[in-house]
Ligand binder design. Structure first.
Ligand SMILES: *Cc1c(COP(=O)(O)O)cnc(C)c1O
Length: 251
C-alpha cells in the first residue's frame, strides 16, 4: 500500500474510533473530505483508487484545474460510476468574481458567509450553462472563534443567512461549516465545536435539507467528531505536510 492509502485507512480508523466514543446524542454518520490543496492530480487519483470520493480545495482555480484533469473520475463520465464519482468541495474563501466558476465546477461550497455570494452562486448554478447540474450543496461558514483573520458569518447571523440560502434556486442548504481556533487547548476547542453543534441543531429543526456539520481538521478531527461533527476535512494527515506555503489569499 502507498503512504496515501495507508494514511487514509488510518484516518478512517481514527474516525470510527471517535464515532464509537462519542455522546449518544450524536447518531449521524461522519463523512470524510480529503483536503487536496497543493497536492498533485496523481495524489488525488491515488486516494480515489483507495475509495476516497470527496476532495476539498481552497482555491477555485486550483480546484477547477484538478477537476478537469480528473474528469474521468466523475460519475457522469462513466456510467459504471453513477453515484460514486469524485466530488469537489470548495473550502476556501470565495470572492464574487469567482462565483461563476465555483458554481459551475464544484459540487459543494462550504464557505458561504454573506448574502451577496449566496445570490451570485444561485444565479450561476441556476442558469442555462449549468442546466442538468444538481443544485449546489451549500454550507454557511461561521466564524465561531471570532478571530479577525477568519472568514465566516457571525454565529448570531448564521440562521438568517441559512434561510436566505434555503430560499435561493440552484442551491441546496446542507448545513454549517467552521474552522475553529488553531489551538491545543482542548477545553477551548470543545467549547467552539459545541457552539457549532448548538447552531446546527437549531437549524435542523427548521430546514429538512440540513444534515451536515463540517468541522475538524488533521489536528482536531477526533475531538470534532466527539462533539458532533458529521463531516471532517482532513489534509495533511492523509497527504502529508504541504510543501507550498499557504498564503491566505482568497480563492
Ligand atoms: C487546509 C484546510 C483543511 C485541512 O487542513 P489539515 O490541517 O491539513 O488537515 C481543512 N479545512 C480548511 C478550511 C482548510 O483550509
Amino acid at each position: 500500500m502507498s503512504p496515501i492509502q495507508t494514511n487514509l485507512q488510518g484516518v478512517k480508523a481514527r474516525c470510527h474510533a471517535a464515532i464509537a466514543g462519542r455522546n449518544v446524542r450524536f447518531q449521524e454518520a461522519v463523512s470524510l473530505v480529503a483536503v487536496s490543496k497543493t497536492k498533485s492530480d496523481a495524489e488525488v487519483r491515488e486516494a480515489f483508487a483507495a475509495g476516497q470520493l470527496a476532495f476539498g480545495e481552497n482555491y477555485v482555480q486550483e480546484g477547477v484545474k484538478k477537476a478537469l484533469a480528473l474528469a474521468d473520475l466523475a460519475a457522469h463520465a462513466n456510467s459504471e460510476r453513477v453515484g460514486a464519482g469524485i466530488e469537489w468541495h470548495l473550502i476556501g474563501p470565495l470572492q464574487s468574481n469567482k462565483a461563476r466558476l465555483a458554481a459551475e465546477s464544484f459540487d459543494w461550497v462550504q464557505t458561504v458567509d454573506r448574502q451577496k455570494i449566496a445570490e451570485a452562486l444561485s444565479r450561476h448554478r441556476h442558469s442555462h450553462a449549468t442546466a442538468g447540474l444538481k443544485p449546489l450543496n451549500v454550507l454557511v461558514q461561521v466564524n465561531v472563534s471570532g478571530e479577525a483573520s477568519k472568514s465566516g458569518a457571525l454565529p448570531a447571523d448564521a440562521a438568517g443567512l441559512a434561510a436566505v440560502v434555503a430560499a435561493l434556486p440552484g442551491l441546496r442548504l446542507r448545513g454549517l461549516m467552521a474552522v475553529v481556533e488553531n489551538t491545543r487547548n482542548e477545553v477551548e476547542l470543545r467549547a467552539q465545536f459545541r457552539v457549532m453543534r448548538g447552531l446546527f441543531d437549531g437549524l435542523r429543526q427548521y430546514a429538512e435539507s440540513v444534515d451536515t456539520l463540517s468541522m475538524g481538521m488533521s489536528g482536531d478531527f477526533e475531538i470534532a467528531i466527539e462533539e458532533g461533527a458529521t463531516m471532517v476535512r482532513v489534509g495533511s494527515a492523509i497527504f502529508g505536510a504541504r510543501n507550498v506555503q499557504e498564503t491566505g489569499v482568497a480563492a
